[in-house]
Ligand binder design. Structure first.
Ligand code: FES
Length: 347
C-alpha cells in the first residue's frame, strides 16, 4: 500500500545524486519504522503510465522514523531524472512501507560492508545504527567509487570515523583517480579483495558480510569470500543495477491454459496466465494492488510463497537460498511450470 508523503528536504550529494527526506506524519510512524538496510518503493504516474522504483533508506533506524533515501541519476532513468531535475520540497510522492531482507538489526559482533557506488546507501544506515546502538559492535567499510567527487555520503562516513575511531574502520578505493600515497586505487574486483581482505581483517572473526552495489562487484566479492572460506550463511547481498540480460534464464514454455491462484490481503482469486507472461503480470491484470517495484528480480517486493505447483524463475537477485528452499519465489520472474500454480503473498 502506498502513502502520499511530502518531501521535506532535498540535499545535493554529488553532481548526479541527491538525498531526499520525506515528512512522516505521527500516525504513520509505526508503518515507516525500518530495520537498517531496508528500502522503500516510490511511485509516480507519467502520461498515464505508472513508474515504481525502490531506493534504500540511508538514515539510521530511530523510533521517530527519518525517511531519507539516496537517489543517483541513472541514464534514461525515468524516476531518477525526475528526482534530480524536477522534484521540489513540498511535493507529494507516493511511498510504500519499508521492505527488504538485506538487514542487520543491531547486535554485538564484527561486521563488514563491501560496497560500490550508490551501494553505500543501505550500508550507511546499517553501520550508523549499529555503532550508535551497540557498544560491543565493530564495523569495517570497504567502499569503491570512481572519483572522490562522485562519492555519495562522504561526510557522513567521515563522521563515523571521527565518532568511533576504535570501532569503525574505513578503506576507500577510487577507480579513476590517483590517490594519496599509501591509499589503494583501482577497481575492487575478486583478485584484489582476495589479497586485501586477509591483510585487513581476521576473516574468521567476521560475523556478517554485507555486499551491495553493481552486479559485477557483488559477484566478485562473493567469489572472493567463498575462496577465503567464509560460510554462505554469513554473506548478505543486495544488487543495484542489473544489466538487462545479465544472467537471465532462457524463456520457459508455459503449459497451455495454466492458471494462478493468488492470495493477497486475505482475498484469493484464480486467473489465467497468458503465454510468456509472469505470475505477477497475470495477477496484476486482476488485482492492481499486487506488490511490486522493480519487476527485474532485484528488490524482492513481489515475493510470494508457492503453495502449490511449480514455477521457473528467470532470475533472482533478491531471495536468499534459504528463502528459495523454504518455497518463496519472485512473482515478477516466475512462470508456471505446471497447469495450476498457487501463490500466497501474505505469508
Ligand atoms: S518486483 Fe522487484 S523482484 Fe519482483
Amino acid at each position: 500500500m502506498f502513502h502520499p508523503l511530502q518531501v521535506r528536504e532535498i540535499e545535493r550529494l554529488t553532481d548526479d545524486a541527491v538525498a531526499v527526506t520525506f515528512t512522516v506524519p505521527p500516525e504513520l510512524h509505526a508503518t515507516f519504522r525500518h530495520t537498517p538496510g531496508q528500502h522503500i518503493a516510490l511511485r509516480r504516474s507519467v502520461d498515464g503510465q505508472e513508474i515504481r522504483r525502490t531506493y534504500s533508506i540511508c538514515a539510521p533506524a530511530t523510533d521517530q522514523p527519518v525517511l531519507r533515501v539516496g537517489i543517483r541519476l541513472v541514464e534514461d532513468g525515468a524516476f531518477s531524472t525526475y528526482a534530480l531535475k524536477e522534484l521540489a520540497v513540498g511535493d507529494t510522492v507516493e511511498v510504500m512501507a519499508p521492505a527488504g531482507r538485506f538487514t542487520l538489526a543491531p547486535r554485538p559482533g564484527h561486521f563488514v560492508g563491501i560496497v560500490g557506488g550508490s551501494g553505500i546507501t543501505p550500508v550507511l544506515s546499517i553501520a550508523t545504527t549499529l555503532l550508535a546502538r551497540q557498544p560491543d559492535a565493530r564495523f569495517c567499510l570497504i567502499r569503491s567509487d570512481r572519483t572522490a567527487a562522485s562519492t555519495m555520503f562522504l561526510e557522513e562516513v567521515a563522521d563515523l570515523k571521527d565518532r568511533y575511531p576504535q570501532r569503525f574502520q574505513l578503506l576507500h578505493t577510487l577507480s579513476r583517480e590517483e590517490q594519496q600515497a599509501g591509499l589503494p586505487s583501482g577497481r575492487l574486483d575478486e583478485d584484489r579483495l582476495r589479497s586485501l581482505l586477509p591483510a585487513l581483517l581476521t576473516i574468521d572473526s567476521v560475523d556478517g558480510w554485507y555486499l551491495c552495489g553493481p552486479y559485477g562487484l557483488v559477484q566478485g566479492a562473493e567469489r572472493a569470500l567463498h575462496t577465503l572460506g567464509v560460510p554462505r550463511t554469513r554473506i548478505h547481498e543486495e544488487i543495484f543495477h542489473v544489466d538487462n540480460g545479465t544472467a537471465t534464464a532462457p524463456a520457459v514454455p508455459t503449459p497451455a491454459h495454466s492458471t494462478v491462484t493468488a492470495t493477497l490481503d486475505g482475498r484469493s482469486g484464480t486467473w489465467p496466465v497468458h503465454d510468456g507472461e509472469s505470475l505477477l503480470e497475470a495477477v496484476l491484470r486482476n488485482r492492481a494492488d499486487a506488490p511490486y517495484a522493480c519487476k527485474g528480480g532485484v528488490c524482492g517486493t513481489c515475493r510470494g510463497f508457492l503453495v502449490k505447483g511449480e514455477v521457473r524463475m528467470d532470475r533472482n537477485f533478491a531471495l536468499e537460498s534459504d528463502e528459495v528452499d523454504a518455497g518463496y519465489v519472485l512473482a515478477c520472474q516466475s512462470h508456471p511450470a505446471t497447469e495450476k500454480v498457487e501463490l500466497d503473498f501474505d505469508r
